[in-house]
Design a binder for this molecule. Sequence first.
Ligand code: HEM
Ligand code: UGT
Length: 356
Amino acid sequence: IPLKSQLLNEAYIFIHQCYEELNKSEDDLKNRLSEVNQQILLSGTYKHTSEELEYGAKVAWRNSVRCIGRLFWDSLHVIDQRQLDTHEQIYNVLVKHIEYATNKGKVRPTITVFSPNNVRVWNHQLIRYAGYETDEGNMGDPDSIQFTKKCIELGWEPKYGRFDVLPLVIELNGETKLFELPDEIILEVNIQPPTIKSFDELKLKWYAVPIISNMSLEIGGITYSAAPFNGWYMGTEIGARNLADDFRYNLLPEIADAMELDTSNRSMLWRDRALLELNTAVLHSFKASGVTIVDHHTAAEQFKRFEQKEKRIGRPITGKWSWLIPPLTPAATHIFHNQYDEQELTPNYFYQKKPF
Ligand code: HEM
Ligand SMILES: N/C(=N/c1cccc(CO[C@@H]2CCNC2)c1)c1cccs1
């Protein structure tokens, strides 16, 4: 049946690539290929060794064309939790991921891999703020409105605040359960500008660690539909998008007012001045709090080193220009003046259909 031969094919390609790159012997390769062949013919699927899983998760990061942070692909911490089979065990391991990755601010790029096909985390990120549509307008993160409604349907108590951390929604074998995250494991940073004091009454903050939990990890034909992964933030993600987009927290007008800028005239570039103040405030505040963050110039420099390293090794440099350029001052980075091969090699991380 096509599925088996398709899986056989993808498994073979992955095992060859993996054993080649890990300098395994011909014997190891031959034995593993026949073992995988056997498993697929007998059971219709096969199980990765922990070594293959670790290699696959790292190379999936290396192949992520939208990621500027790939220089550090080989230092990913891979946690193999494929054996878990209850909601409570999965919840406890997700709490451990948050604590391990946060590391009191010295963020560790980490991925936790659950059993393929029967686990889904419905959250976009393990830590994210709720969003509410009220008669007086939006409250919190508008990007979370739909998921917040789902959580309320599942029994969550809404607090209608600006920064309410959402509960975890874990689906296992078709059964969905909701779990609150304890406040003490959520590290947050208060955003204050290095210069003007008037930001303070804006009471801005953001969470320290972005942990993407809605993408799948695909390795050698096997799809891990729950494999939450985190790195550290690049400042512009918070300062130029999450807090700035008019369909997100939409703070530029308030920041411009706090800076006493003339917002009646666009060509005074008040939006740009407010953006700059907000982004320096984000970088300054994270650094002052001892939380890992990277500015977009340093991140671009690191990506250049990634390009040089991949070229030296003889691997294709892949990338998606529109995602790799930072949203602030893009033309000041080499990325803007380059072109990239957009092919999506596997292993890789992919979007998957919404579970709700
Ligand atoms: C270590 C620090 C890291 C930094 C600074 C970083 C930075 C970024 C940024 C800025 C984006 C674009 C996000 C957006 O525009 O919304 C991105 C995308 C992405 N990153 Fe990284 N990253 C890091 C680590 C990682 C790790 C550890 C993984 C996986 C193991 C990863 C996988 C991805 C993927 C799959 C995307 C595309 C997401 C999508 O298509 O929605 N990154 N990264
Ligand atoms: N710094 C990061 N930023 C992101 C990486 C991947 C995705 C996202 C959020 O993507 C959303 C969907 C499209 N833009 C917003 C943010 C990381 C998160 C996890 C590992 S690194």
